[in-house]
Design a protein around this ligand. Sequence first.
Ligand SMILES: [Zn+2]
Length: 527
Amino acid sequence: MVESLTFCGAAGTVTGSCSLITSGAGRFLVDCGLYQGNRSVDELNSNPFPFDPEAIDFLVLTHAHIDHSGLVPKLVKEGFNGPIFATRATVDLLEFMLADSAHIQESNAERRNRRRERRGQKPIEPSYSIEDVNAALEMMQPLEYEEWWDPQPGVRARFWNAGHILGSASVEVKFDTDASGNTLRMLFSGDLGPDQKVFHPEPDAPEGFDYVVCESTYGDRDREDYTLQGRRDTLCRELNTALERGGNVVIPSFALERSQELLHDIHVLLEKGKIHPAAVFLDSPLARKATEVFMRYADSLEDIEVPNTDLFHHEKFHLVQTVQESKNINGYAGGAIILSASGMCTAGRIKHHLRANIWRPESTILFVGYQAHGTLGHIISNGAKKVRIHGREFEVNAAIRRIGNYSAHADQPELADWIMERMPVARVFLNHGENDAREALRKLLIERGVKPDHIVIPAFDESFDLVAGTALSKGRAADRIEDEALQRDWHSEYAVFILRMAEQLRSIDDPIERHQLIVKMEAALQD
Ligand SMILES: [Zn+2]
């Protein structure tokens, strides 16, 4: 049987990570992530998988981020019945991450169904429910780093620290390709962390592979070298400037890892008297639960600068629970620091805090994480003058600030270093990145001596035969989405167009002139 590898997501985009490996030793998936982005990308979540879930023998998860694990309950719902392998901390985190995701799936379906009912359309079902999550959790097998395990006869695997978030791992897989003892050795990077990051050591893995699949989220970005101290200094400056403006500082923050990093740094800054003693709210039920898991693993975390027992505890910290407590923050006049999720402003309580603050000139919205194309966070951080939140239009008067040094991802030189340290490698696949990022990383690898035809940039759903160290494209295994739609679609273009049109019409004082413009647009529609 010919071995093959299919990229069922995270190719030309950074979400929906899912690689399918078919071999004589079995059929398995590395990651099964949710697609996040514009509406065309979101719709992939409710479409069928491009493979039969029942035919998958086992699943390996690299980490608990939802773009790597968020479709696991759907996989189970649709018939997958094998073991799910992940590190111990990943399993602990997934208990909350997947429950939260189910909740979002259900409320999104409800909202869409209200709209569909008005249009006389049939209701849609959520991608999965909390029951599917619980079934998936039952199938999880927690494992340690660097210890071999046998998912099934003929296959061995082990996890390596990826330094990205708590529990994150790269996964090494070795499997028999025939009865005469030939084996194939592969490494999937998962998401890789930067060299310098609080809590976790830098990524590690062995060398010498037939195939390496490496992420390239920041394949085109060369960040300054930030030390832990340098990062905290930048945060300190931004917070002081923002608090001096007199308003609240709203920080859209990923519930997992980023929120805990920020809490730790703010704690240190408060202790040292470097920032004004403002109230700090962590307003995300998911972030609060993730924080509890971090506390459980406190002894294994690195570079903590407060006593382990005080980690995430400070008299100024409010770990918000109820909706009422969340609403009360709006009445806070003293200039508060509000950390809330989701990190890209696509759902959750952050939207309420944006509504309450984005139009106020004294407020600050501080972005500290990656913003994917088409998300509300991307629109705001790219300088939109007006935005729509929950169907209402808001002027952007708050200061929009962005600090890029809190990334949980390796940057371009770090990714290239990680790949070069794995050599010799017959073929390197660059996935989990937008096309510009993957091209830039490919160029750098060639400069460092990797042969151009040894680097493969897979397309979405593209499948490869793995024969004697080569990768022969078999084209797309499914036809689910256009390349163009991965980056942008008419829904987001339409939203921008509507805002501009409304602005233009409002700027015309003369009612006759305004009427004439509408008549002209009507005529254009008739064309
Ligand atoms: Zn990740």
